[in-house]
Design a protein around this ligand. Structure first.
Ligand code: PGA
Length: 277
C-alpha cells in the first residue's frame, strides 16, 4: 500500500461508500487533531452566534486522543467550553460513578476535570439508577437532548459487533435511549477493564440508533487492524440491524476518520490510484 502523508486524507466520492464520507489518515493522531479542530470550530461558531454547542460524546479507548487535543486547545489556545452542553452515549448498568470502569469517571479524568465546562451541562446515563426508574430516566434523557436543541456533532467509536453506543446487533433504526443487554463479544472486549468477563455488567443504558441519527453531524473514529473487518462491513455492506452501524449509511452528514489499518479492507484502499488525492 502506498504510504499516506500524515495529514493527507483520501476522500472517495460518498456514492462509493453508501453515503458515508471516508477520510484515511497516516496515523490516529492526525485523525484526532482533525476531529478536535472540527469540534472546536463548531463550538466557536455557535458562541459567535450566541448559541450553545451540543456535543454527543463517546467513551472507550478510541476517543481519548480527541479529548487530549481538546484539553490542549483549552490550555494553550484559550478554547472555552462555556457554551458547551454534552450528552454521553452510554453507561454500564449497574455502575456507581466512582467505580474505575464508570464512564462518569472516564469523562472526568479524560476531559471534564481539565476544561471549563459547566457541570450542569454534562449529561451521562445514570448507571446507579434504581431499576424501577430506568424507563423514566431514558425518556427524560431524550427530552433533555431535545430541550438542548438536539445534538450538533456526535462523536462515535465502533465495536467489533458493529455497535455504536451500546446498540448491539438486533437494535432497530427507530430505537431510543433504553436499557440494553450487552453482546458477548462486547463483554469479552471489556473483560480486561473489569479483571474478568464474569465482572462485566450484563446490561447498559444507551442512546438509541434514532437518537444518534438525529445528530446533525456524526464523526466516527476507528483505529487499528482489529476494526478493519467491521469498518468494511459497515461501509460496503447492506443496511441491517445485525450491524447497527450500517444505519449511519442513511444519515447524510456522517464521516468516518480512519487510520490506514482500520481502512485496510476497504475496496478503494487496495488500489494504488486511490492514494494521490
Ligand atoms: P474502543 O471501543 O474505542 O475501546 O475500541 C469502541 C466501542 O466499543 O464503541
Amino acid at each position: 500500500m502506498t504510504q499516506l502523508p500524515t495529514e493527507a486524507t483520501h476522500l472517495p466520492s460518498s456514492s462509493d461508500c453508501n453515503g458515508i464520507g471516508i477520510r484515511v489518515f497516516g496515523n490516529a493522531d492526525a485523525a484526532n487533531r482533525c476531529v478536535a479542530e472540527e469540534i472546536a470550530n463548531q463550538m466557536i461558531y455557535a458562541a459567535n452566534e450566541g448559541r450553545n454547542c451540543v456535543l454527543g460524546l463517546a467513551t472507550g479507548s478510541t476517543p481519548i486522543g480527541v479529548y487530549r487535543e481538546l484539553v490542549r486547545m483549552h490550555r494553550d489556545e484559550a478554547l472555552t467550553f462555556d457554551n458547551v452542553i454534552t450528552f454521553n452515549l452510554d453507561e454500564y448498568l449497574p455502575m456507581q460513578p466512582h467505580e474505575p470502569q464508570s464512564y462518569v469517571r472516564f469523562m472526568n479524568e479524560k476531559l471534564f476535570d481539565h476544561i471549563d465546562i459547566r457541570r450542569e451541562n454534562i449529561h451521562i446515563p445514570d448507571g446507579a439508577i434504581d431499576p424501577s426508574a430506568i424507563e423514566a430516566f431514558c425518556r427524560g434523557y431524550e427530552n433533555r437532548i431535545s430541550d438542548a436543541g438536539g445534538i450538533d456533532l456526535q462523536l462515535l467509536g465502533i465495536g467489533r459487533t458493529g455497535h455504536v453506543g451500546f446498540n448491539e446487533p438486533g437494535s432497530t433504526r427507530d430505537s431510543l435511549t433504553r436499557r440494553v443487554r450487552l453482546n458477548a463479544k462486547t463483554r469479552a472486549d471489556a473483560a480486561d477493564d473489569f479483571r474478568g468477563i464474569e465482572h462485566v455488567p450484563i446490561h447498559a443504558i444507551t442512546m438509541g440508533v434514532q437518537t444518534i441519527l438525529s445528530a446533525r453531524k456524526i464523526r466516527l473514529l476507528a483505529f487499528g487492524d482489529h476494526k478493519a473487518p467491521i469498518i468494511r462491513r459497515t461501509i460496503h455492506g447492506a443496511i441491517t440491524g445485525d450491524v447497527p452501524a450500517t444505519f449511519l449509511q442513511g444519515h447524510g452528514d456522517t464521516q468516518f476518520l480512519l487510520d490506514e489499518m482500520a481502512a485496510s479492507r476497504l475496496d478503494f484502499v487496495s488500489s494504488d490510484e486511490t492514494h494521490h488525492s
